[in-house]
Design a protein around this ligand. Structure first.
Ligand SMILES: Cc1cc2nc3c(=O)[nH]c(=O)nc-3n(C[C@H](O)[C@H](O)[C@H](O)COP(=O)(O)OP(=O)(O)OC[C@H]3O[C@@H](n4cnc5c(N)ncnc54)[C@H](O)[C@@H]3O)c2cc1C
Ligand SMILES: *[C@@H]1O[C@H](CO)[C@@H](O)[C@H](O)[C@H]1NC(C)=O
Ligand SMILES: *[C@@H]1O[C@H](CO)[C@@H](O)[C@H](O)[C@H]1NC(C)=O
Ligand SMILES: *[C@@H]1O[C@H](CO)[C@@H](O)[C@H](O)[C@H]1NC(C)=O
Ligand SMILES: *[C@@H]1O[C@H](CO)[C@@H](O)[C@H](O)[C@H]1NC(C)=O
Ligand SMILES: *[C@@H]1O[C@H](CO)[C@@H](O)[C@H](O)[C@H]1NC(C)=O
Ligand SMILES: *[C@@H]1O[C@H](CO)[C@@H](O)[C@H](O)[C@H]1NC(C)=O
Ligand SMILES: *[C@@H]1O[C@H](CO)[C@@H](O)[C@H](O)[C@H]1NC(C)=O
Ligand SMILES: *[C@@H]1O[C@H](CO)[C@@H](O)[C@H](O)[C@H]1NC(C)=O
Ligand SMILES: *[C@@H]1O[C@H](CO)[C@@H](O)[C@H](O)[C@H]1NC(C)=O
Ligand SMILES: *[C@@H]1O[C@H](CO)[C@@H](O)[C@H](O)[C@H]1NC(C)=O
Ligand SMILES: *[C@@H]1O[C@H](CO)[C@@H](O)[C@H](O)[C@H]1NC(C)=O
Length: 634
């Protein structure tokens, strides 16, 4: 067994060294770029020029697909690999080790089924995605699998990018050869935006370099800042924060990317009510665009892109290679303590003392969520679940985390909640507030730098950002809570609610002037009905799953006109997703998309401009990425 202190040192030793830089213009891997000389006579990687790209004429209806005539010959893939200095991978799904045939290996399969989820294995795999159902479930890890392993909705080739040159060559090749392009970082996406059949995938996972500056200058910030590579994970970012004695916004999930889909889609974390969303503290973005060009977007250069990428940039405008983030002095975090209560009969040993009436339970629910405004106003967040346990039994669990406020002040803040619950007949034991981490937030993951690991799953979100206005009117609040109750009681969904307040005031500039979903600015509760998409459904059965969720989400939508949902934890089948995920920003975002990517090189479901294409599957399974990408006929 090694001690926590020892593993901390090992983790730091394995991180790329931090260089003290000044203007943070480029990370070392960004200085290696594709040149006209590299293009040479391999015109397949020639740069594009969108000014000479005319309209929709003469464009193929569908992207090339393996086995079709326009799919590049092996010799062309080999030439691409030469340009990429050998970084082109043709990987097979890891779980092919569980299936009879060429790749069968019982030892490897046993590892995948029993232990890989407790390691970093799946996050390091070039093909694996952590939410599998959009891939088509064509090669699930299982001890005794049925059927054969096929590639399904996984990419055909993967570029293991370690330089900007690799990314430029991949983008140019995909555009020139009419190949579907996908971008993958950690594989955490819940919407199938990181995978696709017959695609070339740009894998940014290994771009982990970081540079730190004490005197960065930009329009909205002078002082400490950090440039982080696109592949950096949250736990790795925390180690850099600890080493540099700084705090920054970063995802709560330790293996979530700190730059990728998280930041590009907004990104919530422990400081959301204090410093805003992930995209709010970004000062500069380096990216490769659809032409294959490498650009910087900030508050003075390529300002439209800078605006669009922060909060609405997932797989739409380019491949981000690094971002500069504003950083702060370290701060302490207080845990207000966890409470839970359930209705009787107690379903199992170990659960909290049950209540004897479900009305008392739902009254308790009204009390805890109403109180969340107090936590948010103090700069914190509340992280909660309501579980239906069968036989009219429900369980609530929740805790609150508050940055930059003392343990004593948090105790005083929370006491009225505990008093109200007890007065309502809910026999909780008031938990003590404690220092969340033994040191400042920058050291958050210090004691546990090794990520706990992830196992691919079938997670499905249906969500809404409930606005604070619904909390400020008693009748509206009662209706809102009744609609949540219906989803749990009748729908039998797990409810997940996170109370946050990343308002414009909290975000400041340049965060306020960004394309993040405006619904976030007015939000008090990021609310989700969650389920696991069953394996083996027919397309019709999958449609029924969608229809059932709609029955419970439509009342949420009706109660929150003009609000929206968080793309990263939303439903890939969200109706009217343009409004829900982007709000009033959508028309401007679409104009920018058409200007910078008239080719539609970057495509992923529910991203800006994605209505121009659809995935055509054999069976019509909704939201599947296991099919060919084709233009939607006008
Ligand atoms: C265990 C777990 C914990 C989570 N915790 C949180 C949390 O605390 N807060 C929160 O807000 N969300 C959280 N999420 C949701 C998370 O924000 C999304 O899953 C997000 O998509 C992850 O982005 P990624 O880059 O790590 O993953 P990926 O799946 O690799 O990428 C996600 C999307 O971003 C695109 N993308 C990635 N990198 C780039 C790039 N460099 N340039 C352009 N496009 C890119 C990909 O194409 C894909 O569409 C969590 C998810 C999981 C599974
Ligand atoms: C930032 O501006 C300050 C004050 O003008 C200057 O001293 C410093 O050198 C600048 N830093 C960089 C990296 O240019
Ligand atoms: C094109 O490339 C091939 C192989 O790399 C080389 O032999 C040939 O001389 C090149 N032709 C030109 C015109 O550069
Ligand atoms: C690309 O080249 C490297 C190095 O020669 C090789 O290991 C790899 O297998 C090649 N990739 C493909 C897809 O052939
Ligand atoms: C199976 O995988 C194990 C572990 O990766 C490896 O050591 C072994 O050589 C493999 N066996 C075969 C037959 O390839
Ligand atoms: C699996 O593949 C084998 C060999 O190609 C084939 O004989 C068999 O029919 C396949 N099984 C299924 C269920 O498709
Ligand atoms: C990707 O590239 C990095 C750096 O060259 C290398 O360490 C890693 O093993 C590669 N990954 C795969 C799956 O080939
Ligand atoms: C870290 O920063 C804080 C606040 O800026 C400062 O008080 C503290 O002394 C610093 N700690 C170290 C070890 O430098
Ligand atoms: C943070 O907490 C530590 C003790 O856990 C205390 O010594 C320190 O003063 C606190 N810092 C701030 C800024 O409150
Ligand atoms: C529920 O519990 C309360 C005391 O906690 C008791 O007064 C009441 O009679 C109980 N109701 C039922 C229906 O058991
Ligand atoms: C519900 O109660 C019945 C009868 O007591 C029991 O058989 C069943 O297992 C319970 N179901 C659940 C999900 O607890
Ligand atoms: C509250 O629960 C505790 C155990 O958690 C129990 O000792 C106490 O008697 C209960 N009080 C009431 C009023 O039910």
């Amino acid at each position: 067994m090694h001690s926590p202190a020892v593993s901390f040192i090992c983790a730091l030793a394995s991180l790329a060294n931090v260089v003290l830089a000044t203007n943070l213009a480029y990370l070392p891997f960004e200085k290696i770029q594709l040149t006209e000389a590299d293009v040479g006579n391999f015109t397949a990687v020639a740069f594009g020029n969108r000014k000479f790209h005319h309209g929709d004429k003469h464009r193929d209806k569908c992207r090339a697909f393996p086995g079709t005539e326009d799919w590049p010959a092996d010799s062309e893939w080999k030439q691409l690999n030469d340009t990429l200095e050998g970084a082109l991978l043709h990987p097979v799904p890891a779980a092919s080790a569980c299936y009879q045939g060429e790749y069968y290996n019982a030892t490897t399969c046993a590892f995948l089924v029993q232990r890989a989820g407790r390691t970093h294995f799946w996050v390091d795999d070039p093909l694996a995605v952590l939410t599998q159902w959009m891939q088509g479930n064509t090669c699930l890890p299982a001890a005794n699998p049925v059927g054969n392993c096929t590639r399904g909705g996984s990419p055909e080739y993967v570029v293991n990018a370690t330089t900007v040159k690799h990314i430029q060559a991949a983008v140019n090749f995909a555009r020139n050869k009419n190949i579907r392009l996908v971008v993958k970082n950690t594989g955490h996406d819940f919407g199938g935006r990181n995978t696709g059949a017959g695609s070339l995938s740009v894998w940014v996972h290994n771009l982990k370099t970081v540079e730190f500056s004490d005197d960065y200058n930009s329009t909205y910030h002078s002082g400490k800042a950090i440039r982080i590579g696109a592949g950096l994970e949250s736990w790795e970012f925390f180690s850099h924060m600890a080493r540099n004695n700084i705090t920054a916004v970063s995802p709560g999930g330790p293996t979530v990317g700190a730059v990728g889909g998280w930041m590009l889609g907004g990104g919530h974390g422990a400081l959301a009510s204090k410093r805003g969303l992930g995209s709010d503290q970004v000062l500069s973005i380096n990216l490769v665009t659809a032409d294959g060009r490498f650009l910087t977007a900030d508050s003075t250069t390529n300002t439209d892109l800078f605006w669009a990428l922060r909060g609405s940039g997932i797989s739409a405008f380019g491949i981000v290679t690094s971002v500069v983030m504003r950083v702060f002095p370290p701060l302490n975090i207080t845990n207000a303590g966890a409470i839970s209560f359930s209705v009787s009969p107690a379903p199992a040993a170990g659960l909290p003392v049950p209540l004897n009436s479900s009305e008392t339970f739902w009254n308790g629910i009204n009390i805890v969520y109403r109180f969340s405004t107090k936590v948010v106003d103090a700069g914190g967040y509340s992280y909660t679940y309501i579980y239906p346990l069968g036989n009219n039994t429900y369980l609530y669990t929740g805790y609150s985390i508050l940055p930059d406020i003392t343990v004593a002040d948090v105790s005083a803040l929370m006491q009225p909640l505990f008093d109200q619950l007890i007065a309502a007949g809910i026999n909780i034991t008031a938990p003590p507030a404690t220092a969340y981490f033994p040191g400042p937030y920058a050291g958050a993951n210090r004691l546990n730098p090794a990520p706990p690991g992830e196992q691919p799953a079938q997670t499905r979100y249906h969500s809404r950002l409930f606005p604070r206005a619904n909390w400020e009117d008693d009748d509206l609040y009662a209706e809102t809570m009744a609609a949540i109750r219906a989803g749990v009681e009748e729908g039998q969904y797990n409810f997940h609610g996170i109370a946050y307040g990343p308002t414009e005031k909290v975000a400041g500039m340049p965060g306020t002037d960004s394309a993040v979903n405006p619904a976030w600015r007015k939000a008090i509760l990021h609310s989700s009905l969650m389920e696991l998409q069953p394996v083996g459904l027919t397309a019709q059965e999958a449609d029924a799953v969608d229809a059932k969720a709609k029955k419970y989400l439509d009342p949420w939508r009706a109660l929150t006109p003009g609000a929206g949902a968080y793309i990263n934890e939303g439903d890939p089948a969200e109706p009217n997703w343009q409004q829900s995920f982007y709000g009033d920003h959508y028309p401007r975002l679409l104009r920018i998309k058409r200007e910078v990517d008239p080719y539609g090189v970057f495509w992923a479901p529910t991203t800006v401009g994605s209505e121009a294409f659809e995935v055509v599957t054999d069976d019509g399974y909704p939201s599947s990425q296991n099919g060919r990408l084709c233009r939607v006929e006008k």
